[in-house]
Design a protein around this ligand. Structure first.
Ligand SMILES: Nc1ncnc2c1ncn2[C@@H]1O[C@H](COP(=O)(O)OP(=O)(O)OP(=O)(O)O)[C@@H](O)[C@H]1O
Ligand SMILES: [Mg+2]
Length: 356
């Protein structure tokens, strides 16, 4: 039995369906992300688990216990919101102590736990400061300490990094992940940022319009997206128009122009020979080289644009009547190409994912 279970959960606001028929299972200690575009129902899902929103139907179990009808305070869940500003009129110490004071712990106990929480989030020495004396990242550290100090069973984080600048977000991503691992707390993280989800999560649920489209590890979601929507939402993708030629289990060849290219079928998809499909190839999976004489047929094309980006060089290739974006590491051993060059493009069968 999973630690957290959403069973046929739905939530409507009037006639509007915010979450439809949601089934999810989250394991103890897991870092699980809900990833999807704005308005897809991520926060609503999180709030139903926290007890702030009542589901229209379905059940939520935590550790085998049905919590659907329980009020938030009976659920043993800590939540950090996007703009969870800490109380401005209280010091950092009093902010973190807040939940412990409410629980009527003794002074020495509170001091011990707050000190430990401060150390955990790297904020020892900041206990007497006020909100106005903290950076955005420091405020979020305090907000997290305030939740961790009450030792909840489950930690919910709703876009906790979205108010921070890019550099701070990068830093906090790794920091939150490390804290989560060291505390071992079951964590559900809401974000619309694919790089956050890929970096931090054990598993990701991709959502759109109130539905879960795919659940999987970051590698599965990125390398075997179940649909075009997921492929395009997560990372950059070439989706090449082609037709299925042969099919053998999950191995699937397609015709691109007049070249047959091996690929593999995306998870749970089914196609038939002759069917029009898309071949997903990530820009960084494609190799380019000048065309050599007497080589077996490869997809050939012409460089229509070169974009120098420092650590990588991007090439737009015109091939088989389509545009293919290729990203090549800027290394001395890889050929530098120019606009107008004729090139052979190739990638491994593993890197070509056939999507209906
Ligand atoms: N209390 C409410 N009353 C009416 N509609 C609501 C309410 N709360 C949410 N919604 C609607 O439900 C849908 C899902 O909202 P939700 O906040 O879960 O989205 P989200 O995925 O968290 O989006 P974002 O990334 O923008 O935070 C939205 O269309 C929203 O307008
Ligand atoms: Mg939200």
């Amino acid at each position: 039995m999973a630690y957290v279970e959403f069973k046929a959960i739905a939530k409507s606001f009037g006639n509007f369906v915010a979450v439809a028929d949601l089934d999810l299972e989250i394991e103890q200690g897991e870092f699980f992300s809900l990833l999807g575009p704005s308005g897809c129902g991520k926060s609503t899902t999180l709030r139903m688990l926290a007890g702030f929103v009542k589901p229209t139907k379905g059940h939520i179990n935590v550790h085998g216990r049905d919590v659907t009808a329980l009020p938030p305070e009976a659920r043993d869940i800590g939540i950090v919101f996007q703009n969870y500003a800490i109380f401005p009129h209280m010091t950092v110490f009093d902010n973190i102590a807040f939940g412990l004071v409410e629980r009527k712990l003794s002074r020495p106990e509170i001091k011990k736990k707050v000190d430990a929480a401060l150390a955990e989030v790297g904020m020892t020495g900041f206990e007497d400061r006020y909100e106005r004396e903290l950076s955005g990242g420091q405020k979020q550290r305090v907000a997290l300490a305030r939740v961790l100090v009450i030792e909840p069973e489950i930690l919910l984080l709703d876009e906790p990094l979205s108010a921070l600048d890019k550099k701070m977000r990068e830093e906090m991503k790794f920091w939150i992940k490390n804290i989560q691992k060291s505390v071992g707390i079951t964590t559900i993280y809401v974000t619309h940022d694919q790089s956050e989800a890929l970096t931090m999560s054990d598993r990701i649920a991709v959502m759109d319009q109130g539905r879960v489209l795919q659940v999987g590890s970051p590698v599965e979601i990125y390398e075997q997206p179940a649909s075009r929507f997921i492929a395009e939402f997560i990372g950059e993708s070439n989706l090449l128009k082609c037709q299925v030629t042969t099919l053998d289990g999950s191995a699937c060849s397609v015709n691109l122009g007049d070249v047959s290219i091996p690929g593999r079928l995306s998870s749970n998809a089914s196609v038939e020979p002759g069917q029009d499909v898309a071949l997903l190839v990530r820009p960084e999976m494609i190799r380019l080289r000048p065309i050599e004489a007497n080589e077996p047929p490869k997809l050939q094309g012409t460089v229509s644009e070169t974009i120098y980006q420092g650590s990588v060089v991007r090439y737009r290739i015109h091939a088989a009547g389509q545009e293919i974006m290729v990203e090549v590491a800027n290394r001395p051993d890889l050929p530098r190409l120019n606009t107008g060059d004729n090139v052979a493009t190739y990638w491994s069968a593993e890197s070509g994912v056939v999507i209906p």
